[in-house]
Ligand binder design. Structure first.
Ligand code: SF4
Length: 257
């Protein structure tokens, strides 16, 4: 089944279909529920997949490595800088076996689960577990707006913290920061100096530098990486400047790279 982008109806999730426990917390927001409409009617045991492709990892400490990307459809947030709005609604329903088969065909030992917000579909949890069972190094790129406590401990969580400039700071699930481990990474995408100062406060208050790699990334075309580099040096923080490699190598608007 191919689900094309369409205006999402202003109604609630299908009443006949139980919501995954993981999305229940989002039900408080009518707007978030409207944005989850693309997932309505998806058969249990399947995933709504936007794309599966092979490219170079563009972000995180794995940047530069060949990687298989599994991009899941739908997101309950709307960050002002989002570069994957095409994944909000378009997707193909695939069984868990089909997703794994396609990922294995591409062959790389590194697999990233991304979106949209991948944690909105309950079937993503067995997907990550099965990929880890197969010996894959599994990265989870999550926007930080869903509780990540059920993620297989072998998965490396790359956790976004939404800044005020993103427009989604209220969506942060702060307890996710308390669970960060040395194998995880935490990322702040910054629009400017105000976001940077806010991020520094969060990093210091929560002792993030001592927990895991901290990535600071400027919004492409909005924040000059040279400015961000200077601010990091002046701050004295051991945070990592992240350049979005895929946007340097290829057209920043290109899909599937
Ligand atoms: S969380 Fe990610 S996918 Fe969702 S709107 Fe923000 S940037 Fe886009």
């Amino acid at each position: 089944m191919r689900v094309e982008s369409e205006p999402m109806a202003p109604s609630v999730i299908d009443e006949d279909r139980p919501e995954p426990a993981f999305t229940a917390a989002l039900a408080v927001s009518p707007e978030a529920r409207r944005r989850l409409r693309p997932l309505v009617g998806k058969p249990a045991g399947s995933l709504l997949i936007h794309e599966i492709y092979r490219s170079l990892q563009g972000e995180s400490t794995f940047a530069g490595l060949p990687c298989v990307f599994i991009r899941l459809t739908a997101c309950h947030m709307r960050c002002v800088y989002c570069d994957t709005p095409h994944a909000f609604a378009q997707g193909e329903v695939l069984s868990l076996d089909q997703v794994i088969e396609r990922a294995l065909e591409l062959g790389d030992p590194l697999v990233e689960i991304t979106g949209g917000e991948p944690l909105l579909q309950a079937e993503v949890y067995p997907l990550m577990t099965r990929l880890a069972d197969l010996g894959k190094t599994v990265l989870l790129e999550t926007g930080g707006g869903v509780d990540a406590q059920y993620v297989d401990p072998r998965v490396r969580v790359i956790l976004d913290v939404k800044t005020p400039g993103s427009g989604e700071v209220d969506a942060n699930v702060w307890c996710n920061l308390d669970r960060l481990r040395p194998i995880d990474e935490v990322k702040f995408v910054l629009l400017g100096r105000a976001d940077f100062d806010w991020a520094v406060d969060v990093i210091r208050e929560r002792g993030l530098i001592e927990r895991c790699p901290v990535l600071l990334s400027g919004v492409h075309g909005r924040l000059d990486p040279a400015d961000l580099a200077r601010w990091i040096l002046e701050s004295g923080l051991s945070a990592r400047l992240q350049l979005q490699l895929h946007k340097i190598l290829w057209d920043p608007r290109a899909r599937g790279v």
